[in-house]
Design a protein around this ligand. Structure first.
Ligand code: TYM
Length: 330
């Protein structure tokens, strides 16, 4: 079975609808026909300042949300990145294969760095994409389900894999980005030309917030001055975003929705989408709570996941250390 790996940062109290529709929904589907590895990337989280107690809490909360969304720990390997030391170890080797200018061209780094004062921009933020490459290459992943914003990081990962392979001999599988066609980029409800993101939380639907609040955010989503409910990203980014979200959550195509809402108003669309979202998050939140109520079981799942992950990661790392010429430890 082909391998899949992906990761998500535990940097908020909740995943948002962009995370779910852009990536996590694919994680769940792909477990059916892939050998899947999914990790909560706490090493990545500390590239910007984190409160330690909050990071620990959010890491558990992230795992609970993944389980509640349907990640099945009997079929997939679910783990916490810092539990598998091979990630940081491979990252170091790959950093030594990465050009300084190459890393400097990463647009997410440039965006994140621009949002902070220069002295707060850590070296870790700069090498972040190389650690991400290590996450992927350690597991010899064939496919990496992510949203559009990760495309450039995946391209870097592929380049590093190819470079290492041609310099040291075939070592890594060159992974392909798996980016969904319709939901690769979900937009902010208040600013439908920028992506929904936890770092700009104005029009963000959080999966853990009160369903009432989500419905209200949808009701006040920014639209346009026309009346027609029609998919047109150029001229109607707000309505188009709502249609994409509605379609993804309901399984009805955008064309079907356009027909169904012919002659109806934006208010009707928003009200109905609000209900669809409420129906999705209400049972989800109950499941999350059940996982949080049994932290011992949650930790056991993560412990088992890390053990299985280390078997695979350890094997790759041993090969890498040998290829670059490190003396065997024993
Ligand atoms: P993160 O934690 O920011 O986001 C997790 C996933 O959600 C996707 N995503 C979106 N998709 C569509 N629309 C949006 N508005 C939206 N916002 C976020 C992201 O593309 C991502 O797939 N660098 C990664 C974490 C990572 C990783 C990895 C991913 C670390 N190591 C290895 C894959 C493989 C990140 O910051 O994701």
């Amino acid at each position: 079975r082909p391998r899949v790996l992906s990761g998500i940062q535990p940097t908020a109290d909740s995943f948002h609808l962009g995370n779910y529709l852009g990536a996590l929904r694919e994680w769940v589907t792909m477990q059916d026909d892939h050998d899947a590895f999914y990790c909560v990337v706490d090493l990545h989280a500390i590239t910007v300042e984190q409160d330690p107690a909050q990071l620990r809490q959010r890491t558990r909360l992230s795992a609970a949300q993944l389980l509640a969304l349907g990640i099945d720990p009997d079929r997939s390997t679910l783990f916490v990145q810092s539990h598998v030391p091979e990630h940081a170890q491979l990252s170091w080797v790959l950093e030594c294969q990465t050009g300084f200018g190459e890393a400097g061209r990463m647009t997410q780094f440039k965006d994140k760095a621009a949002r902070q004062e220069a002295e707060h921009v850590s070296v870790g933020l700069f090498t972040y994409p190389v650690l991400q490459a290590a996450d992927i290459l350690l597991y010899q992943a064939d496919a990496v389900p992510v949203g559009e914003d990760q495309r450039q990081h995946l391209e870097l990962t592929r380049n590093l894999a190819q470079r290492f392979n041609s310099r040291f001999g075939q070592t890594f599988t060159v992974p392909a980005a798996h980016i969904p066609k319709d939901t690769a980029k979900i937009y902010d409800l208040q600013d439908p030309t920028s992506k929904m993101s936890k770092s700009v939380p104005s029009g963000v639907i959080e999966l853990m917030e009160s369903p009432k609040r989500s419905a209200k955010k949808i009701r006040s989503a920014v639209t346009d001055l026309e009346r027609e409910i029609r998919y047109d990203v150029e001229n109607k980014p707000g309505i188009s975003n709502l249609l994409v979200i509605y379609s993804a959550l309901s399984g009805r195509s955008v064309a079907e929705l356009e027909t169904a809402y012919e002659g109806k108003g934006y208010g009707d669309l928003k009200k109905d989408l609000g209900e669809v979202v409420v129906e999705f998050v209400t049972p989800f939140q109950e499941k999350v709570q059940a996982y949080l109520d049994d932290p011992a079981e949650l930790d056991k799942v993560l412990h088992r996941g890390a053990e299985r992950a280390r078997e695979v990661a350890g094997e790759t790392l041993r090969t890498v250390f040998d290829r670059v010429g490190f003396l065997p430890p024993m």
